[in-house]
Design a protein around this ligand. Structure first.
Ligand code: GTP
Ligand code: MG
Length: 448
């Protein structure tokens, strides 16, 4: 038990809502309360410290998506922002579609560990037909939400050490044309704005003059508003950052310059880009908005970007997905509908449908069997008819042959009779012939 002064106890108990304890305090006070001196710290104001320690222990993760046309300086800006060299070779730009490339890095600053993912939309804007350029980006963002949702829906969840790959911010690189946004930019940002926090930035801002840049910024913002594109607004509800965030909102889109090259300016080494006519200092606020972007993205609003991703964008995805799956919070009479009830209603609906399908299939089966049966009967009848026809044909044929055989037999018999008669005649003729020869021989002999 903590040694605390009575007034402190009262405050503590009353705020905790315990009327029993409040009555006890009142009784103690009326009895002449003891005066206890505070020898140690009471305690729960250390909660934020506990949270900080826990978070530092776990480390943080932050996922950045860079969208922008080829060669706008995306990789250079990432290297400049995190003061390191992430990617090696430039990406290939002759592919038929946009593909997403994600790289994970572990960074450490003092004792804070950061798992950083830099996701690139490789080949964005390279195609002749750019209609579907946004698709693979949207699909990637949704896939990360889906993975998180699946983890949440598991019975054994491991969200505390889950590698969160949801995109926390999308840096949208706008080409420094000085004119207006391209339709590719507008379409893509419109498709992404309900899924991710978009921070638009004008890339390679050193290639556009100061006056043109100001006009370009105004033009971009008015185009975004008129096309209903919602970009990320730095939050102004926390009074500690309200002022700086409010000011920075007015500077959007940030015009940035990136460089990993360090040049000696005065007696300091500074990140800069050197040209024949002068030097652009990346971290000089008069030259570009790089410092503003770094401040807003990393120092001031990193946690808000993570929070917005979870509470706004993921929540929207989750709600749509669960509604799509048939889950709802209220029944048609607007009464609360629990998950269990939804599940049971869905299950009954499913079973009903299953039964209906089963019945349909059974009927279909019976019909098919009947059809097949009648088809078979028909075929059987046809076979029988064919058999009868053939049998009759065969019998006719057989009868014809028998008749033919009989007539042939008759002919043979007649022939045989004729033959015998002929033979008889022939032999008789031979006999009479030989008798006449003998008679003539005798007559000749008698003559001589
Ligand atoms: P891909 O990944 O191939 O799409 O290109 P990327 O957008 O990552 O561009 P990258 O950072 O590779 O830079 C392309 C070229 O632009 C390099 O030559 C950079 O030095 C140059 N570059 C980068 N940032 C800037 C900038 O702010 N201003 C100017 N003028 N050039 C820049
Ligand atoms: Mg690159």
């Amino acid at each position: 038990m903590y040694p605390v002064p009575v007034a402190g106890v009262r405050e503590l108990l009353v705020t905790s809502g315990s009327t029993m304890a409040a009555a006890e305090v009142a009784r103690q006070m009326s009895e002449g309360a003891r005066n206890l001196s505070l020898s140690g710290h009471v305690g729960f104001d250390s909660m934020p410290d506990q949270l900080v320690n826990k978070s530092v222990c776990q480390g943080f993760c932050f996922n950045i998506l860079c969208v922008g046309e080829t060669g706008l300086g995306k990789s250079t800006l990432m290297d400049t922002l995190f003061n390191t060299r992430f990617e090696g070779d430039p990406a290939v730009h002759n592919q038929p579609g946009v593909h997403i490339k994600s790289n994970n890095y572990e960074l450490q600053e003092s004792n804070v560990r950061l798992k950083l993912s830099i996701v690139n939309s490789v080949g964005f804007g390279d195609q002749i037909n750019k209609e579907e350029s946004y698709k693979s980006i949207v699909e990637f963002i949704d896939a990360q939400f889906e993975a998180y949702l699946q983890e949440e829906l598991k019975i054994k969840r491991t969200l505390h050490n889950y590698h969160d790959s949801r995109i926390h911010v999308c840096l949208y690189f706008i080409a420094p044309t000085g004119h207006s946004l391209k339709s590719l930019d507008l379409v893509t940002m419109k498709k992404l704005d309900s899924k991710v926090n978009i921070i638009p930035i004008i890339a390679k801002a050193d290639s556009i003059s100061k006056n043109e840049l100001q006009k370009f910024k105004i033009k971009i913002m008015s185009e975004l508003v008129s096309n209903g594109v919602q970009i990320y607004q730095f939050p102004t509800d926390d009074e500690t950052v309200a002022e700086i965030n409010g000011t920075m909102n007015a500077h959007l889109p940030f015009a940035v310059v990136g460089s990993t090259e360090e040049i000696k300016i005065g007696n300091k080494m500074m990140k800069a880009r050197q040209y024949p006519w002068g030097t652009v200092q990346v971290e000089n606020e008069n030259h570009c908005d790089f410092v503003k972007l770094r401040e807003m993205l990393i120092r001031v609003n990193m946690e808000d970007l993570r929070e917005q991703t979870h509470t706004r964008h993921y929540e929207l995805y989750r709600r749509c997905k669960l509604e799509e799956m048939g889950f709802k919070d209220t029944d048609p009479d607007n009464k609360p509908f629990s998950l269990q009830e939804t599940y049971e209603a869905k299950r009954n609906e499913f079973l009903g449908e299953l039964q209906k399908k089963e019945e349909e299939m059974r009927q279909m089966f019976v019909m098919r069997v009947k059809e097949k049966e009648s088809e078979l009967k028909e075929a059987e009848k046809e076979l029988h008819d064919k058999f009868d026809r053939l049998k009759k044909l065969h019998q006719d044929e057989k009868k014809k042959l028998e008749d033919k055989k009989k007539s042939l037999d008759d002919e043979i018999n007649a022939f045989k009779q004729r033959k015998t008669a002929a033979e008889l005649l022939q032999s008789q003729a031979q006999q009479s012939g030989s008798q006449q020869t003998l008679k003539r021989e005798k007559e000749r002999k008698n003559f001589f």
